[in-house]
Design a protein around this ligand. Structure first.
Ligand SMILES: Nc1ncnc2c1ncn2[C@@H]1O[C@H](COP(=O)(O)OP(=O)(O)O)[C@@H](O)[C@H]1O
Ligand SMILES: [Mg+2]
Length: 398
C-alpha cells in the first residue's frame, strides 16, 4: 500500500459482524466493497460498493478482486473457496489473517486435527464420519451422548446431540441437510458437561509490530440449538484458568496466522472444574464478541480493523459489567421486516439496540442484538435479555 492510496478492503460475507467492521473501516477512511450471496445484506448497506456472488465460486472471487483491486481481503464467513484466497495472496493482496488460516478454519476437521494432534491441545474426544454407517461406528468409540456437526457449517446449523442409537439416522440427515459446501463429512464429539464456556478474543499483529498478541478478557456466553443467545463480561474465571486459555490461544493463533497474519480471532473454550478444553476458533470477530460494542472503548471490530491496517492498540479499556442478548425472528417474513418495541427497550438506563437490517426473516434468524451495561454482570444480563425480549420482528405494513 502506498501512502497516498486509500486502503481498499474487499469483505467476503456481509452479515452483521461485517457491518460493524465496515462502520469502523469507514470511520478510519477506508474504501470498502462488501460481498455476499444476496443483495441488501447488512454490511452492504454501509459499504462504498457491493457485489453479489457465491463465495464458493473461485472465479467470481478473482473477477471481483480484479475489478476493485483491494489491498486487503477480509473473510467474514467460513464457506469460501480458499484456492482463490491463496491465488490472491500470491498476487500480493493481503488476506486476513492469511489464506492458510481461512483454509484451516473453514472445515472443523482441519482445525480440530491441528489443535488436538499437532499442537496437543486438550479437546473433546472426536471422530469423523462420511456416511451414516461410519457415524454409527464412530459413536461406538465416542459413546453417548455425543454432538454431531457437519464439518462445514456455522451458528449451530446441522448440529445435533445424539443420546441413543435410534438418534443416529436423524442426526446424520440433519447434518447433511445443514452443511455448507460439498464435503459430506461430519465430526462427532464427546458431549462435554462443561461448567461454562468462553470466547477468548485474541488480537494478532504482524511480526513487524512491537507486540504480537493481545487478549480481551474472557467473554462468557450461553448457546441454544448450537447458536449464541447471550454473552457477558467480565466472566468470572480464575487467573490460572485464564492463563491456561491464553497459552492455548497463543499457540494455535501463532501456528495458523504465521508471522505476518494479522487480525482478531475468537477462540472458544469449555471450562470444567480446573480444566480448560479447546473447542474451536474463528479467524475473525465472533458473534459472542458483540458485547464488546458496549463493554469497552475498542470493540472487537475496531480491534480487527486496527490489526488489519497495522495500527497501534495502546490499550483496551473496559467500561464495566456488560452483556448482549440476541433479537430473534419468530416467523418467516419475506420482505424487509419492521421492529416493534425499540422505544420500550431503550427506556432502560445503559441499554442500546443494534438492528442488523436483514432483508427477510425466518424463525430463529438473528435480526438484532440488545446491549447493556449494569452495576453487576447479573444486572447487565437481565437488562440485555429484557431489552431483547421487548423488540419484536414483524412484517412491515405496505
Ligand atoms: N462437544 C460438545 N460438548 C458440549 N457442548 C458442545 C460441544 N460442541 C458444541 N457444543 C455447544 O454448541 C455450541 C456451538 O458449537 P460450535 O462447535 O462452537 O459450532 P459453531 O461453529 O456453530 O459455533 C458450543 O458453543 C457449545 O455450547
Ligand atoms: Mg462456536
Amino acid at each position: 500500500m502506498t501512502a497516498t492510496r486509500q486502503p481498499t478492503i474487499l469483505l467476503l460475507g456481509s452479515g452483521e459482524l461485517g457491518k460493524e467492521f465496515v462502520i469502523c473501516a469507514k470511520q478510519l477512511g477506508c474504501r470498502v466493497i462488501a460481498a455476499d450471496r444476496y443483495a441488501g445484506a447488512p454490511a452492504m448497506q454501509v459499504a462504498d460498493a457491493f457485489e453479489v456472488f457465491d463465495m464458493l465460486d473461485a472465479n467470481a472471487i478473482k473477477r471481483v478482486a480484479r475489478k476493485h483491486k483491494p489491498d486487503f481481503v477480509v473473510p467474514e464467513i467460513e464457506a469460501i473457496r480458499t484456492e482463490a484466497l491463496f491465488a490472491l495472496e500470491r498476487s500480493g493482496v493481503t488476506v486476513i489473517p492469511s489464506a492458510r488460516a481461512a483454509h484451516l478454519t473453514m472445515n472443523r476437521d482441519a482445525i480440530r486435527s491441528l489443535a488436538a494432534e499437532q499442537l496437543k491441545l486438550p479437546t473433546a474426544r472426536y471422530a469423523y464420519a462420511s456416511s451414516q454407517d461410519e457415524l454409527a461406528r464412530a459413536i461406538e468409540r465416542i459413546g453417548f451422548p455425543c454432538v454431531i456437526k457437519p464439518v462445514m457449517s456455522s451458528s449451530g446449523k446441522g448440529q445435533s446431540v445424539a443420546r441413543k442409537a435410534a438418534d443416529i439416522a436423524k442426526s446424520w440427515k440433519y447434518a447433511i441437510d445443514g452443511m455448507r459446501g460439498d464435503k459430506q463429512t461430519v465430526i462427532v464429539e464427546e458431549f462435554i458437561t462443561f461448567d461454562y464456556e468462553i470466547t477468548l478474543l485474541t488480537v494478532k499483529h504482524r511480526a513487524s509490530t512491537r507486540r504480537r498478541t493481545q487478549f480481551v478478557p474472557p467473554i462468557g456466553h450461553r448457546q441454544e440449538r448450537g447458536d449464541y443467545q447471550e454473552s457477558w463480561m467480565p466472566c468470572p474465571m480464575s487467573p490460572a484458568l485464564i492463563k491456561s486459555a491464553q497459552r492455548m490461544a497463543k499457540k494455535i493463533t501463532d501456528e495458523i496466522a504465521g508471522p505476518e497474519g494479522a487480525g482478531i480471532f475468537g477462540v472458544e473454550f469449555f471450562v470444567k472444574g480446573n480444566r480448560v478444553i479447546f473447542s474451536e476458533l474463528s479467524p475473525r470477530p465472533h458473534d459472542t464478541g458483540m458485547v464488546t460494542m458496549i463493554s469497552q472503548d475498542l470493540s472487537e471490530f475496531a480491534l480487527h480493523l486496527r490489526a488489519v491496517l497495522g495500527l497501534p492498540i495502546p490499550a483496551i479499556t473496559m467500561r464495566g459489567p456488560s452483556a448482549s442478548a440476541v433479537i430473534l425472528a419468530t416467523k418467516d417474513i419475506n420482505s424487509e421486516p419492521a421492529y416493534l418495541g425499540i422505544e420500550k427497550a431503550l427506556a432502560t438506563t445503559g441499554v442500546e439496540i443494534r438492528i442488523f437490517g436483514k432483508p427477510s426473516a425466518r424463525p430463529y434468524r438473528r435480526m438484532g442484538v440488545a446491549l447493556a451495561t449494569g452495576s453487576s454482570v447479573k444486572q447487565a444480563r437481565q437488562r440485555a435479555r429484557d431489552a431483547a425480549a421487548q423488540v419484536r420482528v414483524v412484517a412491515a405494513a405496505r
